[in-house]
Design a protein around this ligand. Sequence first.
Ligand SMILES: Cc1cc2nc3c(=O)[nH]c(=O)nc-3n(C[C@H](O)[C@H](O)[C@H](O)COP(=O)(O)OP(=O)(O)OC[C@H]3O[C@@H](n4cnc5c(N)ncnc54)[C@H](O)[C@@H]3O)c2cc1C
Length: 264
Amino acid sequence: MSKTNSYADIRATVVLVVPVSHDVSIITLECPAIASTAKPGNFVNIKVNDATQPLLRRPFSIHNVRGALIDIMVKSIGRGTTLFCKTPSGSEVMVLGPLGNSFDLTSEAFQTAVLVSGGIGTAPMLFLQKTALAFGKKVINLAGGRTKDELLTQNLTNCRCATDDGSAGFKGNVVELLHKELPELKKKGTIKVFACGPNPMLKSLAQFCQKNQLVCDLSLESVMGCGIGICYGCSVDIKTPNCNSGTILLCKEGPVINSELFTL
Ligand SMILES: Cc1cc2nc3c(=O)[nH]c(=O)nc-3n(C[C@H](O)[C@H](O)[C@H](O)COP(=O)(O)OP(=O)(O)OC[C@H]3O[C@@H](n4cnc5c(N)ncnc54)[C@H](O)[C@@H]3O)c2cc1C
């Protein structure tokens, strides 16, 4: 996993807020300094308003980069995300980033990037897809949601979906979909899996990848404070390469880890 860390706090203009479902919006920010250095998997830590509540910033993956603009895909789950989704165009927010490490696309040992995501975990996949294609990789997206309405597959190419209730695509979860698709995917050459989603999904995927000897990068989530390694709010237990347990700060040494290190 390659690291990028710059702690510039940037005042960014909210260019547009576009709802894409009942609780998810894509928020476009103008911040050339972040757009020019961001890598897929990086995140930004945003002060969603000027008030003292919420006091802490909120972390979001970079969904897309378009010239001087970055897009953030935000699901309203609480106070900060709901306020952010209601931000009027033209307002300004403070943005720290790009933060964290990134998905590792540099290996020449794989030809096809299989992007596995669940729910709002689909947020980083568009930027990852674009970058993987630019690296000359083939890309397959496997995206899951509880129902058809919870799929967030806008602009993803080569996308197969899974829904828990069968309202769109494969009926089941996205790891079961990967299991079904794997023989076909393997015919296209060596694959590497990249994933983001809820912890139970990542746990099941990590086990699947281990069993099937697939290299896999996972982007984890945790509640996070500063985003720059000071507050220790995002410490996460991992397995170390020599199989002992260890702790990392997700904001600095993550959010992307090799699936073999995942312990949850
Ligand atoms: C590296 C990283 C990247 C992220 N990328 C995105 C993204 O691209 N889009 C997006 O919508 N969200 C993303 N998140 C999650 C997002 O940061 C949280 O949803 C947000 O901070 C919640 O703020 P809130 O004020 O709305 O909720 P709060 O009012 O703070 O919390 C509401 C509820 O959600 C729980 N909660 C808060 N944060 C998290 C979390 N990180 N994971 C699970 N439960 C949580 C709280 O415990 C509480 O129960 C990311 C998180 C991390 C760490």
